[in-house]
Design a binder for this molecule. Structure first.
Ligand code: AMP
Ligand code: MG
Length: 353
C-alpha cells in the first residue's frame, strides 16, 4: 500500500484533504494525524476490523487497548456508562486537551478496540486538525500513538513515515506537535481515581479539580507518592517502550559530578571505538569532551525538554549511537512525565552519582 503524506495548515485547512482522510477512516482504513500530544494512528473506533489493522500496522500486542478520540463532550455518554460526576468536572476543565479518562465502556465500543477490557479510554484532543478529522469522518477515532510498537512516539510526520510507510493509507502532516509527550491517563473506575500514566496535566492539577487522586505503582520510582494498586493497570505500561537502539543510561546527582561521570564514560566508550550520544541541556552542552552531544533544551524549560525527548532518541537511532548517556531532570510537574518516559527508555538504568 502506498502511504500518502498530505501537508495540512491549521490556520487554513484544506477541506478536500480532510474529506479524503475522513473517507479513509469511514471506509475502515487508517490515517495518522497530529494531536497536541503526539501523532495518532487513527481508525474507526466502532469497527473491529479497523482496530485489528491498527494493531497490525504498529506490531502492537492486541491486549494493549486504544484511546478513543472524540470532538464533543456529549460523546462521553455514548461511549461510556456509569460515568461519575468527576468525569464531567475533568472534561469541563481539561477538554479539549491532553487528558485521557478510563471509564466503563458502553456496548457501542467493540472489545477489539479496548484490548478485551470492559473499560474504554476516551480523550477529546485540542489540535484543530484532529478535531476536524473526527468531525468530518462522523466517527469516534481509535488512535494509539503513530509509532511502531516499542519505538519512541512520533512528534512529526517524518517520524510517522519512518515507522509506518506502506502500512497505512495516509498521514496528515501538520508539522511538529506542541507537547511531545502522550496524554495523562486517569482511571475513574476506581473509588479514588488513579493516574495510570503521567503527562502534561499534572497530579496537582487533577487534585485541584476533583480532590484526592492516587498514582499507579507501575509508574512509580521514588516511593514518595501513595501507590495503587500493586501492578501496572494500563496494559500499555508493562511493555518495553520508547526504547532507542543504543544502550541508554541516566545519570542523576549534582550537575558537576554528573558531567564528570558522563565524561569518564564517554572517554571509556570512545576509546573502545563505540559511537556515543549525550543528552545534555542548554546549560551543559559545552561541558562534554566528545561524542554526539545534543541539547534537549534549557533545564528551566520543561516544555522544551518534553517536546524534544522523543525526537532526540530517534535522532540517536538514525546516527547509530551504541551508548547514550543522559542527564536527569526534575521529577516535579511536567518533569514527572519526562522522567517516566526517559527511565522507561533506559529500561530503568539509572546511576546515582
Ligand atoms: P498510546 O495511545 O499508544 O499511548 O496507548 C494508549 C495507552 O492507553 C496505553 O498505555 C494503554 O494501555 C492505555 N489504555 C487504553 N485504554 C485503556 C483502558 N481501558 N484501561 C487502561 N489503560 C488503557
Ligand atoms: Mg504509544
Amino acid at each position: 500500500m502506498e502511504t500518502k503524506v498530505v501537508i495540512i495548515d491549521r490556520s487554513n485547512m484544506d477541506t478536500d484533504a480532510l474529506q479524503k482522510a475522513a473517507d479513509i477512516i469511514k471506509n475502515g482504513g487508517l490515517v495518522a494525524f497530529p494531536t497536541e500530544t503526539v501523532y495518532g494512528l487513527g481508525g474507526n473506533a466502532r469497527d473491529a476490523m479497523a482496530a485489528k489493522k491498527i494493531y497490525e500496522a504498529k506490531g502492537r500486542p492486541s491486549d494493549n487497548p486504544l484511546i478513543v478520540h472524540i470532538a464533543d463532550i456529549s460523546a462521553l455518554s455514548v461511549l461510556a456508562v456509569d460515568i461519575p460526576q468527576s468525569a464531567y468536572q475533568l472534561a469541563e476543565q481539561f477538554w479539549p486537551g491532553p487528558l485521557t479518562m478510563i471509564l466503563k465502556k458502553s456496548d457501542l465500543v467493540p472489545k477489539s478496540t479496548t484490548g478485551g477490557l470492559d473499560t474504554v479510554a476516551v480523550r477529546f484532543p485540542s489540535d484543530p486538525i484532529a478535531k476536524a478529522l473526527i468531525q468530518t469522518s462522523g466517527c469516534y477515532i481509535a488512535a494509539p500513538s503513530a509509532n511502531a510498537s516499542g519505538r519512541p512516539s512520533t512528534t512529526c510526520a517524518d517520524h510517522v513515515l519512518e515507522d509506518l510507510n506502506g502500512r497505512i493509507e495516509m498521514i496528515l502532516d501538520g508539522g511538529p506537535v506542541q507537547i511531545g509527550l502522550e496524554s495523562t491517563i486517569i482511571d475513574l473506575t476506581e473509588k479514588i481515581p488513579v493516574i495510570l500514566r503521567p503527562g502534561y496535566v499534572t497530579k496537582q492539577q487533577l487534585e485541584d479539580c476533583i480532590g484526592k487522586v492516587l498514582v499507579d505503582k507501575g509508574i512509580m520510582r521514588t516511593g514518595k507518592e501513595e501507590v495503587f494498586p500493586a501492578i501496572a493497570k494500563a496494559p500499555g505500561m508493562k511493555y518495553r517502550h520508547y526504547a532507542p537502539k543504543g544502550k541508554l543510561t541516566v545519570y542523576e546527582g549534582e550537575e558537576a559530578a554528573v558531567i564528570t561521570c558522563i565524561n569518564q564514560k564517554i572517554a571509556e566508550k570512545m576509546n573502545s571505538g563505540a559511537l556515543v550520544g549525550v543528552i545534555a541541556t542548554e546549560e551543559t552542552r559545552n561541558s562534554y569532551i566528545g561524542g554526539m552531544v545534543r541539547s534537549i533544551g534549557s533545564r528551566h524549560d520543561e516544555e522544551a525538554i518534553a517536546a524534544h525527548l522523543f525526537q532526540i532518541l530517534r535522532e540517536f537511532d538514525s546516527l547509530h549511537a551504541e551508548y547514550i548517556f543522559s542527564e536527569s531532570f526534575s521529577d516535579n510537574r511536567l518533569g514527572h512525565a519526562i522522567m517516566n518516559r526517559l527511565l522507561k527508555a533506559a529500561g530503568y538504568d539509572i546511576v546515582e552519582v
